[in-house]
Design a protein around this ligand. Structure first.
Ligand SMILES: Nc1ncnc2c1ncn2[C@@H]1O[C@H](COP(=O)(O)OP(=O)(O)OP(=O)(O)O)[C@@H](O)[C@H]1O
Ligand SMILES: [Mg+2]
Length: 256
């Protein structure tokens, strides 16, 4: 009906942080009643300063971390991420293009792994699919025989995106996927994500510090501050009429 792929409802999460120089441990509320939803084909931007809880929310949504309370619903059900077929539905693209790929594996092995695990593909079928994946992210077949260090940062991020998309996820979580890249390469990767979203209708949660990116890429935006979602809505509306002081400050920083 309204095609909601992902819903996070009132997620709370705290961490105990180590006090420095022997000071007592103290509680950090990383998420406070945080709720978001993503429809099929929609791009949600999660923005906010460092430490505002963006990665924590993304990790909880993808099952890498457990919430204290609240619910994550994938296709209207609580996902069982121990089940490979459900785990497949949410894929994570990391910020660091170097450390997110095993340096000892050639690109073809990096891309083969999830295809073997999830679809049992072998030999010709496997090579065919790897080729297709490379093409879909704008890389040539010659990338197959290379090691991660033989690629540029932008090319490595394309591999990361290809790996994530190879298992046909419903939701891609891209956690600051371009912040380690040069500005010109950032634009190319953003265009790639936008094109992939158009052609495959994959839903994306895009995490960024950068409000400029939000406007060109996202449909909806959630602004986070100290673990709370302080502003949430359709991008154009939030830009035209920001309600929270925090968003106004962020927008002011961009315009000014
Ligand atoms: N494993 C952990 N142990 C202790 N504290 C943590 C842990 N993970 C996150 N935190 C704390 O939770 C808060 C939210 O962190 P989170 O990484 O979600 O922020 P973020 O918005 O992704 O920041 P950034 O933009 O820097 O990536 C921070 O105060 C952080 O220090
Ligand atoms: Mg983060």
């Amino acid at each position: 009906m309204n095609n909601i792929i992902l819903r996070a409802e009132k997620i709370n999460k705290h961490f105990m942080a180590e006090g420095i120089f022997g000071a007592a441990r103290y509680k950090v509320n990383a998420l406070v009643d945080a709720s978001v939803e993503v429809k099929k084909g929609e791009i949600l931007a999660l923005v906010g300063e460092s430490g505002s809880g963006k990665t924590t929310l993304a990790r909880i949504i993808s099952g890498l971390e457990k919430q204290d309370s609240g619910a994550v619903l994938l296709d209207r059900k609580i996902p069982d991420y121990k089940n490979p077929d459900e785990r497949r539905k949410v894929q994570y693209v990391f910020q660091d293009t170097y450390y997110s790929l095993n340096p000892r594996m050639k690109i073809k092995a990096v891309l083969a792994e999830p295809l073997k695990v999830h679809f049992g593909l072998k030999k010709e079928k496997l090579n065919e699919k790897i080729n297709k994946m490379l093409q879909s992210v704008g890389l040539g077949a010659d990338a197959m025989e290379k090691y991660p260090h033989e690629l540029s940062g932008g090319q490595r991020q394309r591999v990361g995106i290809a790996r994530a998309l190879s298992v046909n996820p419903e939701l891609l979580i891209a956690d600051e996927p371009v912040s380690s890249l040069d500005v010109s390469v950032q634009a190319q990767i953003l265009k790639l994500l936008s094109d992939l979203n158009e052609t495959t209708k994959i839903s994306i949660i895009f995490i960024t510090h950068d409000l400029r990116v939000v406007k060109s890429l996202a449909d909806t935006v959630a602004v986070m501050n100290r673990g709370e979602i302080v502003e949430y809505g359709v991008v154009e509306e939030v830009y035209a009429n920001p309600r929270s002081e925090y968003t106004k400050t962020l927008l002011g920083a961009v315009k000014g």
